[in-house]
Design a binder for this molecule. Structure first.
Ligand code: NAD
Length: 244
């Protein structure tokens, strides 16, 4: 039997990349899984697609009502929806700060707040947030993105403290560079995306980017009852790039 048998999970941004791999992994481990995304179309069999924009209170409230309706409750919430930002503080106008913070940080607060009534009713409640190595390292041209992920780490610690006595664990996974459409779009900004991809692979200590499935396994562990005593932590999955 899988460690998710009988559990219900929701993955924001679950239509692409890490979120999609995570939805499939949780399903493979026995969960019933809802994918909350802007346009959850072309999903693999068995995943429940629910339209959700994490920047809208109304949309998030409707999506969590749909989760309750479709799954009958919620045990594991994966706050994965996130967008990229490239540039120094001079290059990103304040409107861009507002837009990216609203998805990457306020989006997590908004969805978690709406999910808490369902999580409180669960015997195995867990939240897993997507952080990044950008939260802990001075990556070039990532001022805004790093600020959002630093905030995700602080938010993870604070929520872990606020809700531990309600039986809700809160952790985050901090990926290095993961081979997803998010990175493919970033590579398209270069003159030679193929050469840039090879250079990116070569910069990894392992010689390749992290796979979405490797992140999904880390998320699945932190969300599962196997991690029942783990809360308020960040699990680094970066191929060693920040430790070497
Ligand atoms: P992706 O672009 O492949 O997928 C992101 C998904 O989020 C998409 O399906 C998109 O539709 C959805 N989304 C975007 N805005 C949304 C909104 N307002 N409401 C609902 N859904 C929304 O990205 P990915 O690479 O799989 O990244 C997923 C998460 O992992 C992000 O939080 C990202 O910051 C984080 N991360 C990614 C990497 C990487 O190298 N790919 C590294 C570290 C952290």
């Amino acid at each position: 039997a899988g460690e998710y048998d009988g559990l219900r999970a929701a993955v924001t941004g679950g239509a692409s990349g890490i979120g999609r791999a995570t939805a499939l992994e949780l399903q493979a481990r026995g969960a019933r899984v809802a994918v909350l995304d802007l346009a959850p179309v072309d999903l693999p069999d068995g995943l429940v697609g629910i339209a959700c924009d994490v920047t809208s209170d109304e949309s998030v409230a409707a999506a969590l009502a749909a989760v309750r309706e479709e799954l009958g409750g919620l045990d594991v919430l994966v706050n994965n929806a996130g967008i990229s930002a490239v540039g120094t503080v001079e290059q990103n106008p304040s409107s861009e700060w507002t837009r990216v913070l609203d998805v990457n940080v306020v989006g997590i607060a908004r969805v978690t707040a709406a999910a808490l009534p369902l999580l409180r009713a669960s015997d195995h409640a867990a939240v897993v947030n997507l952080c990044s190595i950008a939260a802990f390292n001075g990556l070039p041209l990532r001022a805004l993105y790093s600020a959002t992920k630093g905030a995700v780490y602080g938010l993870t610690l604070a929520m872990a403290t606020d809700h531990v006595r309600e039986g809700i664990r809160v952790n985050c996974v901090s990926p290095g560079t993961v081979d997803t459409p998010f990175v493919a779009r970033m590579l398209e900004r270069f003159d030679d995306p193929v050469a840039e991809r090879a250079a990116l692979d070569a910069r990894q200590a392992t010689g390749r980017m992290v796979s979405p499935e490797e992140i999904a396994h880390a998320i699945a562990y932190l969300g599962s009852p196997l991690a029942g005593s783990t809360t308020g932590t960040s699990l680094l999955v970066d191929g060693g790039v920040t430790t070497l």
